[in-house]
Design a protein around this ligand. Structure first.
Ligand SMILES: Nc1ncnc2c1ncn2[C@@H]1O[C@H](COP(=O)(O)OP(=O)(O)OP(=O)(O)O)[C@@H](O)[C@H]1O
Ligand code: NI
Length: 394
């Protein structure tokens, strides 16, 4: 397979607040290949937006990327190394802030947000803003940029683009404004667009139209997308591959069909069960029990264990890495659940947890890591190993 367009490795982004360190993104790894739409899905607070902003290096104070690596077309957008005194420092080849601004943001990687009113200035015409953006970012005269702006408005399905060019954002409907933002994102023909819940505020019909449009534009421009959503329905509709996030981590990653038909992680299953489907009535929907805990003191072991219907004692102390459990269409299916055989931690022999068993186990960071690096009791099979000893420490 070709080199990915974007490679994210063990990315960590934290917020240093008065109440503690928020581990908003806590060691995620994924790739985006040329022409792919890759989903980031999870409940509110999972870390999807922080992850997206980290890719552009636009994390706001008091937040900071504290670890990991982001590579785009072989260039280092973010990367640390150990200095001579053992301190972590930015690697030499990491792009500077001005390189990010002048070469990457907008031109190579563009963003679309949920609320177009935050990206559009209400006192300027839609066309004027689009023209100015094109003029600034591409070597075009004002007249050429105007023609290009009108062409882009037509491209994203805005009727009478030359007339609508002169109108103000409030004269556009929500769906039409979102189309303008898509036009703006596409205007510099970026290779990657990061879309953070761009259709969430729209009604279902309009959302469907926008998703169709994106599908169509994606075909024509061969743009790659990172698509942030909390909605598995949206994932099913437009994503090629998907990353399921829970409390700062990717707990499952797979091509879309594989994720839906060979679901591995109980959290993914819960998300799918809570999704409205034409073949089920609302009564049959299964909301996910409980709420997602705070990212300041995540639960010990598997972070999902306090809400997991399949949790056993071992889940309270073993923190599973996201390991490859299968391959589908040449892509990995990765999962972070010790139920799976590749985690050799005797899940089957472990005592099932009763609901409410240990509500007070919120000891972030003391769990054992289960996964490739933990120890070498390997029996010559695949990478993963069992945690130390494996005897229940009760
Ligand atoms: N500026 C900030 N200061 C402190 N904590 C923050 C800040 N921004 C985000 N966080 C925390 O980071 C975590 C991840 O937030 P994020 O916005 O990425 O979630 P999300 O998955 O995008 O959720 P949503 O679906 O609601 O948009 C949350 O615990 C959030 O409270
Ligand atoms: Ni968000």
């Amino acid at each position: 397979m070709s080199e990915p367009l974007l490679r994210v490795e063990n990315l960590k982004t934290q917020f240093f607040t008065e109440s503690g360190t928020v581990r908003a993104v806590d060691g995620i790894s994924f790739e985006v290949h040329e022409g792919e739409i890759v989903g980031l899905v999870g409940e509110s607070g999972a870390g999807k937006s922080v992850a997206s902003m980290s890719l552009m290096r636009l994390v706001e104070d008091p937040g900071e990327i504290v670890g990991g690596e982001i590579t785009y077309r072989g260039e280092t957008l973010f990367g640390l190394e150990e200095g001579p005194d053992g301190e972590l420092r930015e690697r030499d080849e990491m792009l500077s802030e001005s390189e990010m601004r002048e070469r990457i943001r907008g031109r190579e990687i563009a963003v679309i947000f949920q609320d177009p009113m935050e990206s559009l200035n209400p006192v300027f015409t839609v066309g004027g803003q689009l023209r100015e953006f094109i003029e600034l970012n591409r070597d075009l005269s004002s007249g050429e940029a105007r023609d290009e702006a009108i062409r882009m408005l037509r491209e994203v399905g805005i009727p009478d683009p030359a007339e609508r060019y002169e109108e103000y954002p409030h004269q556009f409907s929500g769906g039409m404004r979102q189309r303008v933002l898509i036009a703006m994102a596409l205007a510099c023909e970026p290779s990657l667009i990061i879309a953070d819940e761009p259709t969430t505020a729209l009604d279902v019909t309009v959302e469907g139209q926008i998703l169709d449009l994106v599908d169509d534009l994606q075909d024509r421009y061969d743009t790659s997308f990172v698509w942030v959503t909390h909605d598995m329905g949206v994932v099913a509709e437009i994503c090629d591959r998907v990353n399921v996030m829970y409390l700062g981590e990717i707990v499952e990653q797979a091509p879309v069909d594989e994720l839906f038909y060979d679901t591995n992680h109980p959290y993914t299953k819960a998300l799918l069960d809570s999704m409205p489907r034409p073949d089920r009535t609302v009564d049959e929907l299964d909301p996910i029990e409980g709420v997602m805990p705070e990212a300041i003191e995540p639960p010990s072991g598997c972070r999902f264990h306090p809400r997991c219907p399949d949790a056993r004692e071992v889940c309270t102390r073993v923190h599973p890495e996201t390991l490859e459990v299968d391959r589908a269409d040449g892509y990995p299916h990765r999962t972070a659940c010790v139920k799976h055989d590749v985690f050799d931690v005797d899940y089957d022999g472990s005592v099932p947890l009763e609901p409410g068993d240990e509500a007070e186990t919120r000891v972030g960071g003391t769990g054992t890591e289960a996964g490739a690096d933990s120890n070498s009791s390997s029996t010559g099979e695949e990478e993963p190993a069992s945690p130390d000893g494996g005897d229940p420490q009760r």
